[in-house]
Each structure stands twice: as C-alpha cells, then as structure tokens.
Design a protein around this ligand. Structure first.
Ligand code: KE4
Length: 426
C-alpha cells in the first residue's frame, strides 16, 4: 500500500497541528502507524490521498449511517447553501428538526440544538445541576461523553486508547464532583447513591457503550438505574450521541423501552455536519435561557446547513421501508462471518454487537465493562488493524471504539471484509 502522500502530509501536519491531527482518535499512534489522509468518500468507500481504496467501518465515528455522499443529503445541503449558510437567527428548519426529534424520541418534549456532542453533554449536566440544586454527577468507567472537564475522569474512546483516562488540566474540585461507577454493575451505582445522599444531580450513561468498544447493557441494568434515579430525585441522562437514530429510529431508549429524563444527541442528526442536541422533559428543559435562568448559547447553533443535512438524513431513515432491517441483515452477516472464523480457528476472541454497532475484542472473556474491555490484547489488535488496512478495510485505529455499518454497505463489501479478516486474524 502506497503511503507517501499521507506520510508527507503527516510530516507537515505534525509541525503545525498537535500530534498532526485535529482529534486524537484520528492518529494511528496506538497502532504504530502514520495516519492516512482521506481525499474523498462515496457510499461505503473511502479513498486516501495516495489513491488507496477502503471499505469504511468508521463512518466519521457514527454520523454516516446512510454512507458517504447520499444524493438526497447532498442536494439538501446544496439547496440550503444557495440561500445563505448562517444567519445567527431563528429559521423554519430548526422548528422542523425539533418537531421531528420529539416525534421520533418521545421522551424528548423540548430540545435545544448545539454544535457537537460535547456541547450537548456539558450543557445537559449544567441543566441537571440547576434543576436539582445538587453538584455531583455519576458517570461510568470507560464511557466517553465528549471532552468537557467533568467527563475526563476514567474516560473511554481516545482517552482510554492513549492511556490518559484522567486528563491533566482538570481541576481537583471538578474531579471531586464526578463519581464513577462500573458499567453493568448496578450495585456500584447504589453504593455511590448511598454514600452521597441528596448530593447527586445526575447519572449520565451511554445506554449501549461505544467508547470502550461496543458494550451492551446486561438485562436489568438500565432499568435498575432508572428506578434508582426516580427514587432519589436524580436526573437520568442517556448519552445517545452515538446510539441515537443508529440502533433504532428512537435510539437505545426505544430498543430497551426506558425513558430517560434528558437525552443527548449528535452524529446522525447532523448527517455529517457539525451538530449536537440535548432534550427531554419540558419541566427541566424550560429552565434553559431565555425561558429560564440556565445559560447556554451558540453563534452557529441550529446552523441551516447542519439542519438541512440532518433533516434529510432523519427523513430517509424514517421514510425508507426496511432500512433498519437491512442494517441488521448486513451487520449480522458480518458478525456470523467473524463467528465462523473465530470458531474454526478456536481464536480467543469475543464480539459484541447491537444493530449496526460492533466490536471484535482480542480476549476470550465476555466484555461487559471497562476491566473486561481492557483485558483485550491490544498488540494483537494493532497487528489485525494493519493487516486489514493493507487489504482495503478501514476500521477505527483503536480497540476501544465501535465499528459502524451503513445502509450503503453491500453483501459484497461484507464478504470482502470477512475474507480479509480470515487472512488477517491469527
Ligand atoms: P463530539 O463532541 O465528538 O461531537 O461528541 C462527543 C461524544 C459524546 N458522547 C458520545 C457517546 C460519543 O461517542 C461522543 C464522541 N465520540 C467519539 C468517538 N468515539 C468522537 C470521535 C472523536 O473524538 O474525534
């Protein structure tokens, strides 16, 4: 595989951009390579600046559920851009977006648009603190909710990959207000609630974790958190930045039939443009300025292009019959292919999948939380990553990320991927 142009760009980038990338997960540092620089994408495929072609399982880390460059999404962006790209004023599309989100995710009675998942989660915890008059938050080890200070405590995703789950620069007092529990361990949450009575504003959770690799909730875990929060007046926040509109039109909360008090969204609702949102019960959301005293604002919030791309994406997802069935079929075809390889070769591996999110772990234990995810052999992962890349398969350059399948992936893409994995796994 040729990498000269990517290597040259990385050399230049490293002089002017910290680590040569604008988000740590894009670096191939943990897999011992230089990153590839992407030139263009279409459907399920990516091409880098050296002309290499890849089947893409990163999907811009989640948003590209329809694949790259879906004609209807591009058309919506083009049409909207012709009328102006930003006004910093109210527009009809924001109303349509809010109405559509409320229709698809019934626990969301009101919603505020922001520009990223990070903005959504950090605003949601401010709101929960204001609503309850309490200061502490509970998050789970290995969950990632963006890079706001309060969340960079035992964080997943790039922080876990690079071995910096507790980032320097976060003050001790902020750190003290973030309490961490173990995912899939209700007892660990109960213990925290007992230790800090009437001090916990919210519990924030990825209902299906994507940021230590894909880790689904075990039966009763989310239900248990829901009742605990209700009993103790704690705001339950589902971070559905990754799972929203991905695992079902109404997200993980629809799949598991649990209503959180607040939900954070991102990725898919922007259709590949920068977007985030947080929403939930009217009683809580009404506290946001200008209807209430909790301040939160944004120059580009509800940006016309982002709304157009997001609305087009959500409409295609909701109006195309069988689109989630197709995603499930492709994803289970891939899972079964991996399963056959693992069984035939008796490899000490585990795979987790919910709908079109999945991860292959290099460990024989069931991966249910941070500790079991960490038991994966990352050296083996690095080798696998490199072998797959050389064979034209682009997966996240980290063990601790989910892979995503889009509606543009074909059976031929999936079969090529399984054939590449058969050669790459050892
Ligand atoms: P952004 O600020 O990156 O838009 O969203 C933060 C965020 C919040 N919540 C969840 C559940 C998330 O998965 C994310 C972002 N996910 C990572 C990848 N695992 C984004 C990629 C990156 O950091 O560059």
């Amino acid at each position: 595989m040729k990498t000269k142009k990517s290597d040259d760009l990385f050399g230049r980038a490293s002089q002017r951009i910290p680590g040569g990338v604008n988000s740590p997960v894009r670096a191939f540092k943990s897999v011992g390579r230089n990153p590839i620089f992407i030139a263009r994408a279409s459907g399920s495929k990516l091409w880098d600046v050296d002309g290499n072609e890849f089947i893409d399982y990163v999907g811009s880390w989640g948003p590209m559920i329809l694949g790259h460059g879906h004609e209807k999404v591009l058309e919506a962006i083009r049409r909207t851009a012709a009328d102006g790209t930003s006004f910093g004023a109210a527009t009809a599309r924001e109303v349509e977006m809010a109405e559509l989100i409320a229709l698809l995710v019934p626990s969301i009675e009101m919603v505020r648009m922001v520009n990223s998942g990070t903005e959504a989660t950090m605003s949601a915890i401010r709101l929960a603190r204001a609503f309850t008059g309490r200061e502490k938050i509970v998050k789970f080890e290995g969950c990632y909710h963006g890079h706001a200070d309060s969340f960079l405590i035992k964080a997943g995703s790039g922080a876990m990959t690079l071995g910096i789950p507790d980032s320097p620069g976060v003050t001790r007092s902020t750190g003290n207000d973030t309490l961490t529990a173990q995912f899939n361990n209700l007892g660990s949450v109960e213990q925290i609630v007992d230790t800090y009575p009437k001090q916990i504003a919210c519990v924030i959770v990825e209902p299906i974790v994507g940021n230590m690799g894909c880790v689904p909730p075990i039966k009763g875990f989310l239900e248990g958190i829901r009742s605990l929060c209700t009993k103790h007046g704690i705001v339950l926040i589902f971070d559905e930045v990754m799972t929203g509109f991905r695992v079902a039109p109404g997200g993980a909360q629809q799949l598991y039939k649990i209503d959180p008090d607040l939900t954070t969204l991102g990725k898919v609702i922007g259709g590949g443009l920068p977007v985030g949102a947080y929403g939930g019960k009217k009683e809580i959301m009404k506290m946001i300025a200008p209807s209430g005293p909790v301040y939160q604002a944004g120059t580009l919030s509800g940006n016309p292009l982002a709304m157009a791309a997001g609305l087009a994406t959500l409409r295609i997802l909701t109006e195309t019959p069988g689109i989630y069935t197709k995603l499930e079929e492709m994803s289970s075809r891939l899972e079964n292919g991996f399963k056959r390889i693992i069984e035939r070769r008796k490899l000490p591996m585990t795979q987790n999948r919910v709908g079109s999110m999945f991860t292959l772990f290099f460990t024989s234990t069931d991966v249910i939380d941070y500790a079991t995810a960490k038991s994966s052999d990352t050296k083996k992962f690095s080798k696998y990553f490199g072998e797959m890349l050389e064979r034209g398969i682009y997966i996240a350059p980290s063990q601790f990320e989910a892979a995503f399948i889009s509606s543009a992936h074909t059976t031929s893409d999936i079969d090529k991927t399984i054939a590449a994995a058969d050669e790459s796994l050892s």
